[in-house]
Design a binder for this molecule. Sequence first.
Ligand SMILES: Cc1ncc(COP(=O)(O)O)c(C=O)c1O
Length: 409
Amino acid sequence: MPTTQTREISAAKRLDNVRYAIRDLACVADEVTKQGHKVLALNVGDPLNFDFQTPPHIIEAVYKAMRDGKNGYAPSPGIPEALEAIRGEAARKGITTVRDVFVTSGVSETVDLCISALVNPGEDILTPCPDYPLYSAVLCKLGIALNAYDLNEEDAWQPELPDIARKLTPRTRGIVLINPNNPTGSLCTRQMLEQIADIARRRNLVVFADEIYDKLILPDSNGDATPHIAFAEVAPDVPCITFGGMSKNYLVPGWRIGWGIVSGDAAAVKPYTEGIHRLLRARLCANHPEQYAIKPALEGPQDHLIEVQRKLRSRRDLTQKWCEATPRVSCVAPRGAFYAFPRIDIPESDEIFVKELIRQKHVMVVHGSGFGQKPGTQHFRIVFLPDEKTLTNAYAGIADFIRERYGLA
Ligand SMILES: Cc1ncc(COP(=O)(O)O)c(C=O)c1O
């Protein structure tokens, strides 16, 4: 037997700052589960964990594709019928200057590819704070320093323009706009999109418009359900990649289907688009049979969305009422997606808050610091996908926990 010496294999140093708080809390939840308790997970934005069902006609389309032998590699940019359907979707979103479209394994891969194809060492892109943690993880992986701009809670979580102005550097290449927003549930106003477009024009930035939740729009308290406004509709001339996908709007997060829509001045975006295609070819292709669901999803019946929006509206209203009635809690009412990001007034960190909440009340939400937040503020993110009864029980547990641990404000 040869003698082997087992030494620890260290992970790359650049991963030191990669955090994914949404899933990191699972260790605490495991501890509680081992003690025999059932944990209510309000931490992962997966509708399929609750009473939402994938539209049957898109399941049939994938089943048929598999039976028809579409099980080999697909063309790297995506199958032609899916690309055509995504162009149609871009037109419905009001995007008139489409230069390219491509299919990816979830919007997660679009984010990774599009950032990797743009940013050189020493350059940066502006990301929102709070943000969806994948953006900072990809930047960490590439060794790019984070450059985050604030969303302003006092202004319904709109991007804070003076902070964007402060954070821009001569080496800033792009700006990420998550709209509808995760984790805050906010929607950008047209005026805000126009102002960001002006900055992008002046500084030659690429705008990454993450619009994965664009069909999950909720009316405000006056019943106003102004539809989502696509950034690329407002700014057809600005180099932009609109991110879209099937996970949320079509209730198939496990299929891993997303896409990018490149728009803007044709000559300006050409070299960058070619760079993206080099990466698309290097990773061969996105999931093949699942791509056959894109056309029936985008062009077929949208009935499921009526039901999804009805449920989300009722659950958002319940969440908002609870926030308004609970001491130490306040919240900007979410207008899109299925997240609320309440602020809490407590004398300890929100990370301790969420960990103790899991241990004592078996309810799992995510701490605001896991997404980034202004110093001195504390928040938590709720996924309000569960039915009303489950949410009511969860909120009773959180209210009891706040009262028992911190007293009334
Ligand atoms: C804002 C945002 N972008 C991208 C993603 C990733 O989506 P996908 O499942 O398409 O990879 C998510 C998932 O929660 C998200 O919230």
